[in-house]
Design a binder for this molecule. Structure first.
Ligand SMILES: [Zn+2]
Ligand SMILES: [Zn+2]
Length: 339
């Protein structure tokens, strides 16, 4: 009740007040909210000894995510930032030995493409929702060239950087062209063609995607995913922490906890305190915290927040409290256990 009243008036408040209220809610409510379950703790994590878990996923998209954005329609700027941050992200993950799930836009796997290459795919119809796509062609941004000439729209070099990292990361999908995947805006044939294009594009790298992160917090077309043997997806739910669970189609849901980004003008130490609380509460409740970020995230967060959160997570793993792994790893564990 209080939450819904707050939600409806928060848009009217100045940003600084909103930030303070968000802080107060975090302190005085039971946030992060936990989805309870009855899975025995010893069965929850690979190895059987851990008390809670952490998954980190990166929504890796370069220019594709921002084309039809209503708030930040700046694909080139965001893609340049992601490219600039990328080596440091990989270095940090190496340093703390943290495997993550890179949900990668399928087109980024291509080394090049030509004008008619994607014509076999049914394209998403116009929509005005999370994004506004009401004119032009969905592929208007596609440069149809070699990746070295258009590094904001292709990224075989960064995919190889992920694959050559010391830590074994997961390459998952984020659709082929960053579409709205909802049942409302995405017909099943569009969803299926996008997934098939991803499967083809990832083949040369020896990877078949089994995990998906829907673009823009959308969600849908689960039957298509099931048909193509996907196992797990990330989803926004009312919960902040949860042990992954089956949906009605037999796919596994891992709820989104919170993102790494500077949305408020809080201090670094306050941000870190919040993220640590998510980790500690996951351990206390036998759940998983699922952090996410864009490789194009702000440099302040990358420099001041992420290293300390990773260091802390690695420390909690050392004494067998925290399992750290990918979406695919937890899905495989749950599916084998339930066979
Ligand atoms: Zn293309
Ligand atoms: Zn995205």
């Amino acid at each position: 009740m209080i939450r819904s009243i707050y939600k409806s008036v928060r848009g009217l408040m100045p940003k600084s007040i909103r930030s303070e209220i968000t802080k107060l809610i975090f302190t005085f409510s039971s946030k992060p909210f936990v989805k309870r379950d009855d899975v025995p703790l010893e069965k929850k994590f690979p190895g059987g000894k851990f008390k809670g878990g952490m998954i980190i996923s990166a929504d890796f998209e370069l220019g594709w995510a921002w084309r039809y954005s209503k708030t930040n329609p700046n694909p080139e700027k965001m893609a340049a930032l992601a490219r600039k941050n990328f080596p440091e992200i990989i270095r940090l993950l190496n340093e703390y030995n943290i495997p993550i799930t890179f949900a990668t836009v399928g087109h980024l796997f291509l080394e090049s493409c030509e004008k008619d290459d994607h014509n076999w795919m049914e394209k998403i119809p116009y929509f005005d929702d999370h994004w506004r796509f009401t004119q032009g062609d969905w592929y208007d941004c596609d440069p149809h060239t070699h990746w070295e000439k258009a590094k904001y729209w292709y990224a075989p070099d960064l995919v190889k950087m992920i694959q050559n990292a010391k830590v074994e990361h997961e390459l998952a999908t984020h659709t082929f062209t960053h579409i709205d995947f909802s049942d409302k805006n995405c017909p099943p044939k569009v969803a299926e063609d996008e997934m098939k294009a991803c499967i083809d594009a990832m083949k040369p790298y020896g990877v078949k995607p089994e995990s998906i992160i829907f673009p823009g917090g959308t969600y849908g077309n689960i039957k298509v995913l099931k048909k193509l043997n996907f196992k797990i997806y990330r989803k926004n739910t009312p919960y902040d922490l949860a042990y992954p669970y089956y949906d009605e189609h037999g796919l596994i849901v891992t709820p989104t906890s919170v993102g790494f980004s500077r949305q408020h003008n809080w201090t670094a130490s306050y941000y870190i305190k919040r993220y640590k609380k998510y980790i500690d509460k996951a351990i206390k409740t036998g759940t998983i915290v699922h952090f996410w970020f864009h490789p194009s995230l702000d440099e302040w967060t990358l420099k001041n927040i992420i290293p300390e959160v990773m260091r802390y997570a690695a420390e909690r793993r050392k004494n067998d409290f925290l399992w750290i792994g990918t979406m695919k790893q937890i899905a495989d564990h749950i599916n084998i256990k339930n066979k």
